[in-house]
Write a protein that binds this ligand. Sequence first.
Ligand SMILES: [Zn+2]
Length: 259
Amino acid sequence: MKVNMLTCPLCNKEVAEFHKRSHILPEWMYTEIYDKNHKAIEVSKLKKKVTKRQKGYYGQFICKSCEIESQKYDHYASLILTNRSPNNPEHKLISKEHFEYQDDGGQNEYEEWKNIDFKKLQGFVLVCILRTQLAGQMKGLTLNQKHFKKLLALYHSDSMDDLSYPIVIIKNPDNDKFRNQLIIPYIKKQRGHHIIEFAGTGFIFNIYVSSHNKQDYVNSLRLKNDGSMLLIIISFKQTGLFWNTQRIVKAAKKVSKGI
Ligand SMILES: [Zn+2]
């Protein structure tokens, strides 16, 4: 009997079945934010609802070998973005320098990180976006096919291209009580740029998808192919994300008695 073959949308190979439980964001991003009932609260911008989930968004949408490959990037990100494996060589390799400066707006802080494995961190950010798109969970504006195909090609390529889709990562301060908000990737428009944004474990990830010239600050902050990046430190409350999230959580709480 002939088995119906499936085409994996990530690698385009024919497979008999997909991996059974692919997370759109890795599970370690959820475990950081479990509340006392061991459930993560998620906010969906578009549907204006808040849901509690135990194990996050997952589904069957990529093949097993794509799942194994993507987990390598998820694992690398957990090593460098959290302190859960302080003795791991990849964790220890990252150098982080803290800077403060004063301007009209007050006291500002940022960090410079070096020795990042550029391809692995880029792979993590890209695969979070690709999985969200493939699972049909991308919120906000639409990611068009042209950009989707280019992001997919970049994910599979060995190129050290850090300019076509620059990645900017914002860090929330360690004492920020909102730092563990989890935001599933969505597309927004800001100052004429289309940006895919997601957040979790004290970091906000911004990927610029516009074809036109990026602004200077994007070029100076972005993750560079020499393994460095600058992370502006902003409390979650100071970001537009906070105000949107608060508004939606308030509205949803009125509707849903479950929270
Ligand atoms: Zn595949």
